[in-house]
Design a protein around this ligand. Structure first.
Ligand code: FAD
Length: 410
């Protein structure tokens, strides 16, 4: 059974699927317009860092896994100098060295992409879609990401959060056990979790995973016909048959929408600095239209409900942040360049949303107090990630129609 979802989205504040579906009609058009503009297309990224967690042999050699990089001269000077933004650099005048620990500010949910061999990529020219990347390498990455959902807060924690050492000790070393873990994930799609923070963490990751799966199924390469197009069976088996995965995509969407709402004044006052005032004005007018749209939305997520439990809440919040940073580091282990690129865009986008929601109150995101809160890379990631989720929601609707049509024909 594969029906379009209905009812309330768990852990959101008062949102149902139908409302999000309707909101998304306007958002998808505006976001498409935004991500087509050079400011939001040109992304600075380091694609060549070593995986810090395991030996990453066997890169995907398919043509569709590779990324086309850009000539740096096409990038306005202001964007290049700002490129690492305030996320990344140590405050001293040292050049970052491979083994020197880099200071990361407490409010950051993403690991800095420091290195000398970053490149610029035009996201529009390198769309996220089916590449053929799969097997043990992809399995390892997803497994490592889900394992980050273990928080060490057991004994003192009173709010129902559990230390998952027992789960971690079950974590497989060999291939057979890895299979077991994946089957476990498939069976349950995550444990029934009583702790809101753990649930939120799991939903964010599972929603991202499901959204990536939808992009793959929506732009699938049919090796028999040599054509690109949607693959309904792929959608049904990977996402449609798992209501909780569908729900988690909508959950990610409402979290991103809340983050964009929270920085709407900041965005409205942002200087885009392309070096051409007419272009700047065009960007500003489209961004203002987006801001007007978000301001009309009902509240979609209440971040104030998280980490309420005094000292323990603080401890849990630090772990939540550190674990999410690890997820952004795990992206260096993705064995396919294009998947790594979009993995980095979207984990940075989610990390930026978490930073906006959990590191700043509303007042500190207004006026001069907010100067330099977000780097260009963070803004680009945030809006591209919101757009990818928006495209997933549109694709869910299209796949739903295809599925009904298939049922009628059978
Ligand atoms: P996978 O998607 O690999 O999932 C592994 C297991 O996790 C499943 O068997 C299931 O038990 C569980 N699971 C699946 N979905 C969820 C969910 N939403 N929530 C909870 N549990 C779940 N491939 C491309 O073709 N193009 C890309 O752009 C691309 N980007 C990628 C980016 C990243 C960061 C990673 C790690 C992989 C990417 N891949 C990409 C590979 C792709 O995600 C799959 O791993 C691959 O297609 C194999 O899919 P699969 O059906 O074996 O299951």
């Amino acid at each position: 059974e594969c029906n379009n979802p209905s009812g309330l989205i768990g852990d959101s504040s008062c949102c149902d699927y139908e409302t999000v579906g309707k909101l998304n009609i306007d958002f998808s058009a505006k976001l498409q317009e935004i991500v087509s503009m050079p400011f939001f297309r040109y992304f600075k990224v380091n694609l060549y860092k070593e995986c810090p967690f395991w030996d990453n042999a066997g890169l995907c050699m398919n043509r569709d896994c590779s990324v086309e990089t850009m000539d740096k001269q096409k990038i306005p000077e202001q964007w290049r100098s700002e490129a690492l933004g305030k996320v990344s650099m140590p405050t001293t005048n040292q050049v970052p060295m491979p083994n020197r620990p880099v200071k990361i500010k407490d409010q950051e949910f993403c690991a800095p992409d420091i290195a000398t061999d970053e490149v610029y990529v035009d996201l529009k020219d390198n769309p996220e879609r089916f590449t053929g990347y799969s097997g043990p390498s992809a399995d390892m990455v997803w497994k490592a990401i889900y394992e980050e959902n273990c928080f060490d807060v057991s004994e003192e924690m009173t709010a129902g959060c559990q230390y998952c050492e027992s789960e971690r000790s079950k974590v497989p070393k060999g291939k057979g056990q890895l299979q077991q873990l994946m089957e476990g994930i498939a069976r349950n799609d995550g444990p029934e979790e009583s702790c809101l923070e753990k649930r939120v963490y799991y939903r964010l990751i599972s929603g991202l995973h499901a959204s990536i799966s939808i992009h793959i199924c929506d732009e699938w390469f049919n090796q028999t016909t040599g054509e690109w197009g949607p693959n309904l069976d792929c959608f049904v088996s990977r996402v449609g048959m798992h209501p909780e995965r569908l729900e988690n995509i909508y959950f990610d969407y409402v979290v991103l929408l809340r983050a964009v709402t929270k920085i709407s004044d900041y965005l409205a006052g942002y200087e885009f600095c392309t070096g051409d005032q007419t272009v700047d004005k065009n960007i500003m007018s489209v961004v203002t239209e987006l801001v007007d749209l978000v301001k009309q939305c009902p509240p979609t997520f209440d971040e104030k409900l998280l980490f309420q439990d005094g000292g323990q809440g603080k401890k849990l919040k630090n772990q939540f942040r550190d674990h999410f940073r690890n997820v952004t580091r795990i992206m260096d282990c993705v064995g396919c360049e294009k998947c790594r690129l979009w993995g980095k865009v979207q984990t940075t986008g989610l990390g930026t949303a978490l930073k906006i929601l959990l590191s700043y109150d509303d007042a500190s995101l207004k006026g001069h107090r907010a100067d330099g809160v977000l780097s260009r890379s963070e803004i680009v990631s945030l809006l591209n990630t919101f757009n990818r989720l928006s495209e997933s929601i549109s694709a869910i609707e299209r796949f739903g129609v295809m599925y009904q049509q298939r049922l009628r024909e059978e």
